[in-house]
Design a binder for this molecule. Sequence first.
Ligand code: GTP
Ligand code: MG
Length: 332
Amino acid sequence: MGLFDKFKNVFSKKEETKEVLEEKQAYDKGLEKTRKEFVSQVSILGHKYNKVSEDYFEELENLLIMADIGVNTVMKFMDELRSRVKKENITDTKYLGEVIVDELFIIYVNGENLSDKININPDGPTVILMVGVNGVGKTTTIGKLAFKYKNEGKKVMLIAGDTFRAGAVPQLEEWASRTNSLFYGKENTDPAGVIYDGLIKAKEEQVDIVLVDTAGRLQNKVNLMKELEKINKVIGTHIPNAPHETLLVIDAATGQNGILQAESFKEITNITGIVLTKLDGTAKGGIVLAIKESVNIPVKFIGLGEGMEDLRVFDIENYIYGLFKDMIKDGE
Ligand SMILES: Nc1nc2c(ncn2[C@@H]2O[C@H](COP(=O)(O)OP(=O)(O)OP(=O)(O)O)[C@@H](O)[C@H]2O)c(=O)[nH]1
Ligand SMILES: [Mg+2]
């Protein structure tokens, strides 16, 4: 039994509960664009070439690169695919759907367990720091996380560490009131100072989850590194071992540029997870596989829309299903 078959079994078992079904539907809808673009192209290719050939492989390779899966991942994948086709004597392209999904799944899982779990502090507030370049969706993701944790019965506080961009503080405050969370922020002051004061309040109020927003637009890497160092120091003095998570937010629509951001942030601070936003508006859903290959940091959440309920804990099975379900059906 291939990995893919195992995954299909897991899926059919999972289908029993309402939550699982809702989760699956959310992925399904959010990944529609990528699926339509990519899978329909693969299926057109299958009609163009009934038989597996070198031309077929070359066109498939181009499609994968266009889905932003990442050149090295694609190369590795193509090698595996070629050798499996040979070994299993597959001549008809219509049997390739399952093998393709299977191999992509193997690439992500690859024997490793990249945990998507959030590191929760058992003895006080859990501090989650949100970083990323401007406009990627940091503040919105904080709002979505606040909504999620409130629903889980947690006491949540939002701290506005982006003190300079006009409108950034009120934007976060708005999210606090929408989600019924506590808020701490001051405009035009030093971010580390605001975070310092905010954390004192969070401890006083016995908050469970503290979500810290940061500025996306510091002029250069050195400044950003210094700023984050300062912020980390302030957080760590208040609460040992904090921040418990530093989540890098990446806009999926930026494709390979998002990968460059991940590589760059990985050099300047300890990123513990990635939030991939705006997957709903792009056909570049393949970026999840490219992130895995280039930085090997787990994707912990994905954004599938602008609303506060549009955040999902990343789940590779739902993701692969959302991306390839048409192909899976084809293969059956
Ligand atoms: N479609 C879609 N839009 C999103 C998603 N996440 C965020 N957005 C939108 O992206 C835009 C920018 O989001 P912000 O949260 O303000 O981004 P930011 O990183 O805080 O930006 P700066 O504070 O300027 O650095 C907003 O219009 C959001 O509604 C998502 O998952 N899907
Ligand atoms: Mg912001």
